[in-house]
Design a protein around this ligand. Sequence first.
Ligand code: SF4
Length: 371
Amino acid sequence: MAQPNTNLLNMGPQELEGFFKSLGHQGFRAKQFMQWVYQRDMTEFSCMHDFPLDLRRQLDELASLPTLTVHTEKTSKDETIKWLLEMDDGNKIETVFIPDTKRGTLCISSQVGCALNCSFCATATQGFNRNLSTSEIVGQIMLAKRRLLELGSSHKITNIVMMGMGEPLLNLDNLIPALQIMRSDYAFGFAKRKVTVSTSGLVPAMDKLNAAVDVALAVSLHAPSDDLRTQLVPLNKKYPIAELLAACKRYCSIKKSNKVTIEYVMLAGVNDSVANARLLAKQLANVPCKVNLIPFNPFPGNNYNCSSSNAIMAFQRCLVERGYLTTVRRTRGPDIDAACGQLRGRLRDKTKRNARFKVTRQVVTVGRNLS
Ligand code: SF4
């Protein structure tokens, strides 16, 4: 039985169908509802004119469609836009739109802060407060669409990357319905290669994600050996490189997803030598993948430096010579702290941590995020 103030944006396609049936209506109303809300940006139930009058009245009484509030909006010289979004409980998260000639990528957050303590990541310095709800995840897309329209932007959102604040796979229960909404032809309708989930390597959750929804996967590897990776991504202690790369192979074989993107942040003197590149090439043998090198973007309070252009080019050349498609990510929005690794948000309580994944920082330094 539906309760008053039921947040319909928290429901994936199947749950929505159940909701409409529970009100005594046919399941296809869920598809009509998604078209109204996610495609036509309609948030007034009374205007959903293909719904019978009694259904519109029921929705007015029982349902809600909460929206996120823009606390701050910053636009970079390169037209990247960063929004600091405020939620009902006062927590704030960041969402970034990166326009390009042929595409517009929206980088969205999955958690308020992050508990995984990657040593090169700004979000990690904030601690962890809570998971975002499904509504707060899809709400970032709804808000960005609306703001781009209001700004008169000629750019459209063509790609979604779950690379904002947080580790998406630690929020699987809310993430999966959100991804189903992104993929549904009745909702946002993004093709599977246009939605990328990035993870720091939660192996069991990678398999669950694979079984639940068809999206592209990016894995934050950042190091070719376990010793080094554990310093950078402490989660490596729990799921070392061999287990992680085996999970990548399963991800590609089950869904024929072609290739996983291996993300590798370039840290001067830490993980950027040609020897590191050679070892990385060996580790990636038989993993269907492409490699994305990410120049490190500094932020206050960290000790890392970005690798030199020469070091990045030498690293890339070494991988290319060994047959790996290797790209270097272009830094976007650094003047508004919107580049990879620079998102922070604002947490009301920075001390809550996910005890199960609490890990010790090994290098005192500092993720748009790199997970
Ligand atoms: S890089 Fe990603 S997983 Fe690691 S601390 Fe930052 S947000 Fe969390």
